[in-house]
Design a protein around this ligand. Structure first.
Ligand code: G6P
Length: 612
């Protein structure tokens, strides 16, 4: 989604802004722009449709120089991707704004501002902000901070804003409501961004704005007011983890790098959370032990890949912990009248912790009488984490590829820890089974490494898909959501139409589609559903369908005409969903590479969906 970068310094900041935009490219966008105030007091901008590279080219032929500036990558919501809709937006020649989010009352504001004589040059909701600010600026005697404070209550919706003005070159202003912003602290220079990753080349010290905050950022000081208008201090967070995440290293794409990081990050997600033979319930927070004993139901809410992780967890929670579990996508949950069962734990799952629908669902849930909320999230500083009662942080590290990989498998690990902790707290899980699964969890990173070693074989199999337009993914039990995730990965990055079905539903419709042009991908661990799955596969073969089967070495399945079997390392059935995800990720990756698509930044998609 949209990205913001801002800087106030003594040196020329244009290159810092552009580098910041590049670091946000992974989030998905369709145009980019930058506005810089020159030493002579001219505020100028360059904007381009397409990649940041296009903007760089524009700056190479027509450079901008100055020590105060803002920049933006736009993911179109109101108005098509075009140069005139790209940010920064101006009002007059002295005022510029970049904005993430959506202003819901933009039509009313637009009419009012037109009535006041403002001429609109774009179709965006953002342009109403800059004209409104221009209007209030006059009313506030030219004080930009006072004007922003006066304009904010008139904006309905979600925003992260950065504002600069030629009339007050000593400040960069920011406001946050529903769209994250972080201030990067330097020595005699300060920065602003929608994600700290954008600023890791200039600082490792950050101050996160909270909901309703307004910040006035100078070169050597920062002043913040909270939603009530009171001055506040926000904590400074220092990162010591180097800039490793922003580098592809030896890999051709971030996605491939992140797929191969999975043994390491799964190991990290387990660290400090396993006792000898049990899960350490304190991993979920100090109140978790007391709370979990009273949990009688679980409601999970998430979006996209995180929703698939939740679907796997439903099988686990009911089977291993004996706890009824419901799961729903956040965009549906938030607008539905929900009947809440007593003693229900409300669980959100999110890589970013900033997904608009998931956050809104959590905020609604707080009014509905749930026992408590738990966030399983990859970003400790995110809104979701800050607003939840309990947290389990996945330790995937920054995920750059838009198609989620390591975030998913670490979520699954977190959800297995939750299953075991809840099962024990409710007295539904035998100690021997918990001990066995804890042991299996310890072995999981090694098993994942073995699965990744199949890469060359999977690359070969991917050739079967290069010319295909449709595919079917089948799974049974907890492998059904794994099939859904496999289908999602393939469509996200290779643009091949892929659908997932529970294998038992094959005869109820999708079998009609099966022919030699429709490969069918199946995950077949060695469990009690294997024989049923084998019958489903016969049904596919009988219609001339080509089968690609990822099967347990003990499942005794072998290659035959039209059947390609990839033997997977043997694993405990409960953890099979984690393991079988990996070959499906690799398959999508190799198909996308063969088809020449943009693997890390697939068309039309965003890493973090911070608008509805
Ligand atoms: C976007 C991303 C997906 C992600 C989903 C939910 O659609 O492209 O990869 O699964 O948002 O994001 P979250 O950060 O809440 O897990």
């Amino acid at each position: 989604m949209c990205g913001i970068v801002g800087a106030i310094a003594e040196r020329n900041i244009t290159a810092i802004l552009v580098e910041g935009l590049k670091r946000l490219e992974y989030r998905g966008y369709d145009s980019a722009g930058v506005a810089v105030l020159s030493a002579a007091g001219d505020l100028q901008r360059r904007r381009r449709v397409g990649k940041v590279y296009e903007l760089e080219q524009a700056l190479a032929s027509e450079p901008l120089t100055g020590s105060l500036g803002i920049a933006h990558t736009r993911w179109a919501t109101h108005g098509a991707p075009s140069e005139r809709n790209a940010h920064p937006h101006f009002s007059g020649e002295q005022l510029a704004v970049v904005h993430n989010g959506i202003i819901e009352n933009h039509e009313t504001l637009r009419e009012r501002l037109k009535g006041l004589g403002y001429v609109f040059t774009s179709d965006t909701d953002t342009e109403t902000i800059v004209h409104l600010l221009h209007h209030t600026l006059a009313e506030c005697g030219g004080d930009l901070t006072a004007a922003l404070k006066a304009a904010i209550p008139e904006l309905h919706g979600a925003y992260g804003l950065a504002v600069i003005s030629g009339s007050q070159p000593d400040r960069l202003l920011a406001a946050r409501s529903g769209s994250p912003l972080v201030i990067g602290l330097g020595l005699g220079e300060n920065f602003l961004a929608s994600d700290q990753l954008a600023l890791r080349q200039v600082t490792d010290r950050f101050m996160y704005l909270e909901e309703g905050d307004i910040a006035e950022i100078h070169r050597d000081s920062v002043q913040i007011w909270d939603a009530s208008g009171a001055p506040v201090q926000r904590e400074t967070v220092q990162y010591h983890d180097g800039a490793e995440a922003a580098d592809k290293g030896e890999y051709r794409h971030f996605m491939l790098k992140e797929i191969h990081e999975q043994p390491k990050v799964v190991q990290r997600t387990l660290e400090g959370r396993l006792g000898n033979d049990h899960v350490l319930v304190q991993a979920f927070g100090p109140q978790a032990e007391a709370l979990f004993a009273g949990v009688r139901n679980v409601q999970i809410v998430a979006c996209g890949t995180s929703y698939h992780a939740g679907m796997v967890a439903r099988y686990w929670l009911e089977e291993l912990a004996g706890i009824p579990c419901q799961i729903e996508v956040a965009s549906e949950f938030r607008y539905r009248k929900v009947v809440v069962q007593p003693d229900t734990l409300f669980v959100t799952i999110s890589q970013s912790g900033e997904t608009a629908d998931t956050l809104a669902a959590l905020r609604n849930a707080k009014q509905l009488g749930y026992l408590a909320s738990l966030a399983i999230c990859n970003v400790g500083t995110s809104s979701l984490v800050r607003e939840s009662d309990l947290t389990l942080l996945t330790q995937a590290g920054p995920e750059i590829g838009v198609a989620s990989t390591k975030a998913f498998t670490t979520q699954l690990v977190g959800l297995m820890l939750l299953t075991l902790a809840l099962g024990r707290a409710r007295g539904n899980l035998e100690a021997t089974i918990e001990a066995e699964l804890v042991e299996e969890l310890r072995r999981l990173p090694t098993r994942l490494g073995e699965a990744l070693a199949m890469d060359k074989i999977i690359e070969k199999v991917s050739e079967l898909f290069a010319e295909k337009h449709h595919t079917l993914f089948l799974g049974r039990g907890a492998q059904y959501p794994v099939a859904m995730e496999g289908a999602l990965k393939l469509k996200e990055i290779s643009y091949i139409h892929a659908e997932a079905y529970p294998a038992g539903e094959l005869k109820h419709g999708p079998l009609a589609l099966v022919d030699a042009d429709m490969p069918v991908v199946t995950v077949a661990p060695n469990n009690e559903l294997l024989e049923k799955l084998k019958s489903n596969l016969q049904e596919v073969r009988a219609r001339g369908g080509e089968l690609i089967v990822f099967a347990d070495t003990k499942a005794a399945m072998s290659n035959g005409e039209g059947t390609h079997v990839v033997n997977m390392p043997h694993i405990h059935d409960a953890l099979a969903p984690v393991l079988y995800t990996l070959p499906l990720q690799l398959l999508s990756y190799h198909v996308a590479v063969l088809r020449g698509t943009d693997v890390d930044q697939p068309r039309n998609l965003a890493k973090s969906v911070t608008v509805e």
